[in-house]
Design a protein around this ligand. Sequence first.
Ligand code: 6GU
Length: 239
Amino acid sequence: MNIFFLTAFPEMIRTYLAESMFKKAFENELVTYHVWDLRDFTKDKHRQIDDTPFGGSAGMVLKPEPFFRAHDKLKELINSETFRVICPTPQGKVLNHRLALDLVKDENLIFFCGHYKGIDERVMENLVTDEISIGDYVLTGGELPALVIADAVIRHIPGVLHSYESAESDSFADNLLEGPIYTKPREYRKLKVPDVLLSGNHAKIEEWRYEQRLIRTKERRKELLKSKPEKNDFGGKNG
Ligand code: 6GU
């Protein structure tokens, strides 16, 4: 998978890609990253990417030209006229497990990151194919949401996680929240790990874990128990 970020703040993106799972996925040649600075697609001396809104109102709007030029370059690179372009925006459909699994099917993931008041609507109408929100609150820019979406997607590429099983047994793969987990020491400040986990009885442990997931889901996210599980498309443990 190739992931492109078009942004006015490339360092926000680069910093994050250089760590942890994003870094490992790149090192293992499972993804490539292309962080493009919106200003590199301007043609004026001041490299201006935003301007005041027509009709008046507070704030600045990202100009259309840099996005269209970047899109032209993507067409050449990808060698296709049809590719999905994601714009993170609170106006979009809300990201969930199913959408992440839908996005992982694509060979290219392209993010147009907005900032300030937003992006000129001609970009949204003609270039953007998917407007995606990460929840009902407002952030100041699309960089963090783009990284959130990319993270939710690439962990479903076989090989990115240590064992694909760990993505399959996630909360939301089967509409149950994760249960509690513990590590050493067995006792800390008089706080004990549940006996069953130390019992060595694997059937009993699995039963307990499932029970805990049910209890937690009922307590915290009752509505999940009613909705359909969002099954993935890999059809098995390792694809
Ligand atoms: Cl995708 N963008 C911004 N700016 N704010 C958000 C969001 C996205 N999702 C929730 N809030």
